[in-house]
Design a protein around this ligand. Structure first.
Ligand code: GLC
Length: 478
């Protein structure tokens, strides 16, 4: 299964307001069908003050007017399904927006301090204290992320009931599954004990005071299977559920029962080096339910993280792995980071205070300046065109990253069976899936191709038995 992640604000604008929307996505479905993906995941589309790019939801059953309407979701689901593409939505179960009516009307659904002030030393994921005083004088509430994102209390069964009903609502609109956000934050220590000082480096390490503590009490608590089972019941047995669990894979076990897959961030954050990549793959395989991903809306784009010269081989590696694989919009174009918010724009919604706008620039659809088919208005972020050109140009160029991605997605269908003979030797990462040998050269010099047989795909134009640096192959092994 290949899932294509769409960041709705930056995919395609049908209305000319400079913001991507649902009708824009529907109008560009031909691109996804051309690539051959099986599913499309939308980052949140619910009504939101956009303090966290929509991950601050003010109504789980609605659609933000900037994106369209519930009917637009139904239309998109229907048109996608007609092309053999499932629609997945992003559900944010850990917290709502501070503007959600529940926060005003049903405070018992949230986590409150039992004292008049922060009851402990917990820090928020984006830095700063995890407790904020309510502006209506009701005390101090917990927020694992921004203060505009109060945490729901998953120890209150009403929360599970409400969220399960939300999943079932969207299933009724033609949605086939969900990406579940930040699951490690669902449950906290009921005694609200202090987190001890950090002793080990974190997998998703940022640069805030969040890193100064070991989050043994503020996240990842026993009993998480129960809330996840409720979400599964709401979604239905046939829904696809992938969890974002911000923990190393060896701690995903308690979450996995009700899920189909969880993202393996070890591979995501691996250095572009054969040993490290092999370790990342092993970590994911060990869960038995890995979802593979190398980029998303939260982290620098692949071209900037591992070097543009390695992007094609990274796509080959990713698309060779068994199970669900996630591509972030623009990865197929080898799109790099953009400059972020325009000079002079305030650090206010929709711009991101955590600095993630450079990873969220709009899609360059055409060669036509100034906005390359993204919008007829003024785009919220500039449209950046990668060196290999817009989507339009790359689709016509058989040597482009987009054409490679498309060919790899097609070849992937012939890859069956588990990962075998995984090895990292001399900078070359290799493994076999059935009769297909996969190899990627992460070294700085050409290396011997480890597989003998006929080449099904190669990312460099070399025709001998050597693999160029930053290149990869699929070989039909004899
Ligand atoms: C997830 C999302 C991220 C968001 C956070 C809080 O990690 O991917 O964009 O800021 O959760 O909801």
């Amino acid at each position: 299964m290949v899932v294509y992640q769409v960041y709705p604000r930056s995919f395609a604008d049908s209305g000319g307001d400079g913001l991507g929307d649902l009708a824009g996505i529907t109008a560009r479905l031909d691109h996804l069908a051309w690539l051959g993906v099986d599913a499309l995941w939308l980052s949140p589309i619910n009504p939101s003050p956009m303090a966290d790019g929509g991950y601050d939801v003010a109504d789980y059953r609605g659609v933000d007017p900037s994106f369209g309407t519930v009917e637009d979701v139904e239309r998109l689901a229907c048109e996608a399904t007609d092309r053999g593409i499932d629609l997945l939505l992003d559900i944010v179960p850990c917290h709502t927006s501070i503007e959600h009516p529940w926060f005003r009307e049903r405070p018992e659904l949230y986590v409150w301090s039992p004292v008049d002030g922060p009851p402990n030393n917990w820090r928020a994921n984006f830095g700063g204290p995890a407790w904020t005083e309510d502006r209506h004088g009701r005390g101090w509430y917990l927020h694992s992320f921004y203060p505009e994102q109060p945490d729901l209390d998953w120890r209150n069964p009403e929360v599970a009931r409400e969220l399960a009903a939300v999943l079932s609502f969207w299933r009724g609109k033609g949605v086939a599954g969900f990406r579940l956000d930040a699951l490690q934050q669902l449950l906290k220590d009921p005694e609200l004990r202090d987190d001890p000082p950090a002793t080990r480096p974190r997998l998703l390490a940022g640069e805030t005071d969040y890193e100064t503590l070991e989050h043994v009490h503020s996240s990842d608590q026993p009993g998480v299977e129960e809330p996840l089972r409720a979400l599964r019941r709401g979604a239905g047995a046939d829904a696809f559920l992938v969890g974002e669990i911000g923990l190393p894979c060896d701690r995903h076990g308690p979450y996995l029962g009700p899920l189909d897959a969880s993202f393996c961030f070890e591979l995501f954050f691996s250095a572009w080096e054969a040993e490290a990549l092999a370790a990342g793959i092993r970590a994911g395989l060990a869960t038995g339910k890995p979802a593979w991903v190398l980029s998303n809306h939260d982290f620098p784009r692949l071209a900037d993280r591992i070097g543009r010269e390695n992007v094609a081989a990274a796509a080959l590696l990713l698309l060779a792995l068994p199970g669900p694989v996630f591509l972030f919009q623009g990865d197929e174009l080898a799109l790099g980071n953009g400059p972020g918010r325009p000079a002079g724009a305030a650090e206010a919604p929709p711009y991101d205070r955590a600095g993630r706008d450079p990873f969220r620039h709009p899609m360059p659809w055409t060669e036509k300046p100034p906005h390359h088919g993204f919008t007829t208005g003024a785009p919220w972020l500039d449209v950046v065109v990668p060196p290999s050109g817009s989507a339009e140009r790359q689709r016509e160029d058989p040597g482009s990253p987009a054409a490679h991605t498309r060919e790899l997605i097609a070849l992937r269908r012939g890859l069956v069976g588990p990962v075998e003979e995984l090895s990292a030797r001399d900078g070359v990462l290799s493994f076999r899936r059935g009769a297909v040998g996969v190899a990627v050269n992460t070294a700085e010099r050409p290396r011997e191709q480890p597989w003998t047989g006929s080449v099904l795909h190669r990312t460099s134009s070399r025709s001998d038995d050597l693999l160029n640096p930053g290149s990869g192959t699929f070989v039909q092994v004899v």
